[in-house]
Design a protein around this ligand. Structure first.
Ligand code: ADP
Ligand code: MG
Length: 724
């Protein structure tokens, strides 16, 4: 007899698969941003005056007048029509991690019934999807459903192609009829402008005369898994929850470390290059790709861009990863922990702030101790992480990321800052009032005459830190792979704005009292480090010693689950942070708490129902079928006076019974709906539901190692991770 039909077919389809034909690659210069209506294209299409107005808006966020918007709309439409586009869509980012779009045709008809195309400034500026089904916390009742999308001229419009049609996509914000932010873009733009304002204050107090608008930047490294679609399609858990809810560990996993940075499998490389060509056409600067730690796991990292554009591009990248994978017969899993026992996926968000006059303000240069602007901005980050660590934990909270954080493959759920040796010394000297010099990196010498010497970085890397300084930026390493980068960027920009304002207030006092600027700055930083230096940690973030020390001696919070972390949105200090900086009103913030909590609960409930369903309808029947085969064989053998050892059958029966008992308990646990608060409900999901799911799984996974392979209905870990 053969193995389970679906699995056998899957393997044979993979083995007989013909590679997708890929056209000869075009040179980068020929495809770069061809599908983007960027400044270069506007310069060609617009009058000098109109172009200047748009460019100022794009670069500084200054308002655009309606007449210019009309001209831009006409030029955008003409450009799109020449490329065969018939539809346009405002694309927006609701409070979930999703991307949303509603398509409209350029077409209208005149009185003769002939088609003409229309696209005015007002159509460009404003759209009105019936967005009442988007989660909005309590911001809108469904009977007051009006929601508007509005063009964001600072993120360029672009064209998405399918095999037989193309659509013009217009990046937009999404707000309620009363003007509240219903999306992830509005807070990001507001946080950037709050950071700009506060940064301007500090820089001008430090005597800078010319100060251009400050902008935050983001470069996101995206990890993902690729598995053959034939396997994914026969696993309801992968299809509906994006992760395996069952699966015994394979004999070989990642223990050999033979996947990380290894040669990329050819089929995957073909996929990657196809993806990157599309990204280039869309003006997304894909720069790095490689194998990750787990078998079947990969990474792509575009070059950094302005945070708002990078965030839109990140959403688009996730969409294209999935679409392109499908075309190559793969399923792309963005879930943070698709497979138990092998590494999960994260998204490192590299973040910095800078402007055209002072440059990157988180670049220390060679002598950081003399670079006062850098010290102030870096100090501001340290203060921010210390004061708002729980908020940073909350913005990365999701049911899926909980599987990864603190699991010895990803940073712990405690927020600390890693500075590297050189900067740690500089800041501790400031605290001790003895700042004189900073160590330099020196040169790397391999001892081989044929290998050229090169400059060594002044600090090493620390993979165990959730928030690490990496040379000229901070890297927020605890963000989940499926998450929008917007939430983390909003939190970082806002905490920075708050700290820069605090610094500006202190500087005003010090300078007012007669201190010279650098002296005043060092004094302020000394006070800052005395209160907040505790958050700086250069050791092993994975160690249990740090977990103890962080909480008991440093007073930092350890918030292991989303149920523990999400209530941070309700902290007084966080409410005040967002309202004082003008980033989110208390009502807008509360609606985020409600939406994220609801998402969290829904994800766990969907998974729990799937566990019940799959255990009952797939795993149990396989176990029973195996028992029936064993017992009929045993009876036939008994007729021949041969006794079959009953050990395996007993174990199978025992595990199958225990599993169904756990399934019954989980089913009743799912019936509990009365809770005093959302917080209590989340704790119930994180504790009771999750542990019952684990209990069912433990029996099912044991059954997988007992039941005959040919009867097992679900593709196994080894098949999914290794067959490409
Ligand atoms: P790693 O060594 O962490 O794997 P990668 O080279 O894969 O680093 O990714 C680093 C990311 O950081 C890239 O997206 C890069 O463009 C980005 N980056 C570099 N400088 C900045 C900056 N000033 N602001 C934001 N991101 C930056
Ligand atoms: Mg990194």
């Amino acid at each position: 007899m053969s193995r389970n039909e679906a699995r056998v077919q899957a393997v044979s389809q993979i083995v007989n698969r013909k590679s997708k034909e890929v056209a000869m690659p075009e040179p980068l210069s020929k495809i770069w941003a061809t599908d983007v209506f960027n400044l270069a294209k506007m310069e060609e299409a617009l009058s000098k005056k109109a172009f200047k107005a748009v460019k100022t808006t794009v670069q500084t966020g200054a308002p655009l007048d309606p007449a210019t918007a009309d001209v831009v709309a006409a030029a955008m439409k003409d450009w799109a029509l020449t490329k065969g586009v018939k539809f346009f869509s405002h694309i927006f980012y609701p409070m979930t991690n999703a991307t949303a779009e509603k398509h409209d045709g350029f077409i209208i008809t005149n009185s003769d019934g002939n088609q003409i195309t229309e696209f005015t400034g007002s159509l460009l500026i404003k759209g009105e999807p019936d967005g009442s089904s988007f989660p909005n916390g309590s911001l809108r009742m469904t009977n007051a459903a009006r929601g508007y999308t509005a063009w964001d001229p600072t993120s360029p419009a672009y064209i998405m192609h399918t095999d037989n049609g193309s659509t013009l996509m217009i990046p937009s914000v999404f707000m309620s009829w009363t003007g509240e932010a219903l999306d992830k873009k509005i807070p990001l733009l507001r946080s950037n402008s709050a950071m700009n304002k506060a940064g301007q204050r500090v820089l001008s107090l430090m005597g800078e005369s010319e100060i251009a608008a400050l902008n935050s930047s983001c470069g996101a490294e995206q990890e993902y898994f690729l598995i053959d679609a034939n396997f994914a399609n026969s696993r309801p858990d992968l299809l509906l929850a994006g992760r395996t809810l069952f699966g015994a560990p394979p004999a070989k996993g990642q223990q050999f470390d033979d996947h990380y940075f290894a040669a990329i499998p050819e089929r995957v490389q073909v996929f990657m290059q196809d993806l990157e060509d599309q990204l280039y056409r869309l003006g997304i600067p894909a720069k790095t790709h490689h194998n990750e730690v787990a078998p079947g796991q990969f990474e792509i990292a575009p070059y950094f861009e302005a945070a708002n554009v990078a965030s839109d591009h990140q959403q688009l990248l996730m969409t294209l990863l999935k679409l392109t994978a499908k075309r190559h017969g793969f399923v792309c899993l963005l879930h943070e922990k698709p497979f138990a026992g092998v590494n999960g996926s994260g998204k490192h968000v590299n973040w910095s702030v800078g402007n055209a006059t002072q440059g990157n303000l988180l670049d220390p240069g060679n002598t950081p101790h003399e670079n006062i602007n850098f010290l102030l901005f870096c100090g501001a980050v340290i203060r921010g992480v210390h004061l708002y660590g729980p908020l940073l934990r909350a913005v990365i909270a999701s049911a899926s990321n909980d599987h990864r954080l603190g699991a010895n493959e990803a940073p712990p759920a405690i927020l600390s800052v890693y500075l590297g040796d050189q900067l740690e010394r500089v800041f501790s000297d400031i605290k001790d009032g003895k700042l004189l010099t900073s160590e330099v990196g020196g040169f790397m010498d391999s001892g081989l005459s044929q290998i050229l010497k090169f400059e060594r970085d002044p600090g090493d890397r620390n993979r165990t830190s959730p928030f690490a300084f990496t040379g000229n930026r901070f890297e927020f390493r605890a963000v989940g792979s499926s998450a929008s980068v917007s939430g983390p960027l909003v939190a970082m920009n806002t905490m920075l704005a708050d700290s820069l304002n605090w610094i500006a207030d202190q500087l005003e006092t010090e300078i007012g009292a007669g201190s010279e600027q650098p002296e005043a700055a060092i004094k302020v930083l000394k006070t800052l480090m005395e209160s907040h230096g505790n958050v700086v940690f250069g050791g092993d973030g994975y160690s249990s010693e740090w977990h103890r020390l962080a909480v008991e001696e440093r007073g930092l919070k350890n918030l292991p689950t989303s149920a523990d972390a999400l209530p941070a949105f309700r902290d007084e200090a966080v409410i005040k942070l967002f309202s004082s900086t003008g980033v989110l009103t208390p009502v807008e913030l509360e609606s985020r708490f409600e939406v994220y909590s609801e998402q969290y609960l829904l994800s766990i409930e969907v998974e729990a129902k799937l566990v019940v369903d799959m255990a009952t309808t797939m795993v149990y029947p396989a176990a029973v079928e195996y028992l029936s085969q064993i017992s009929s064989t045993a009876s036939s053998m008994a007729a021949l006076n041969i006794t079959l050892d009953s050990g395996v059958a007993s174990s199978v029966a025992e595990q199958a019974n225990a599993m169904m008992t756990a399934v019954a308990t989980l089913s009743s646990a799912l019936e509990v709906h009365e809770f005093d608060s959302t917080e209590e409900h989340m704790q119930y999901a994180a504790g009771t539901l999750r542990s019952l799911m684990d209990e069912v799984r433990s029996h099912a996974d044991l059954l997988e190692s007992l039941v005959a392979d040919h009867l097992w209905p679900l593709p196994k870990y080894a098949e999914m991770l290794f067959i490409k």
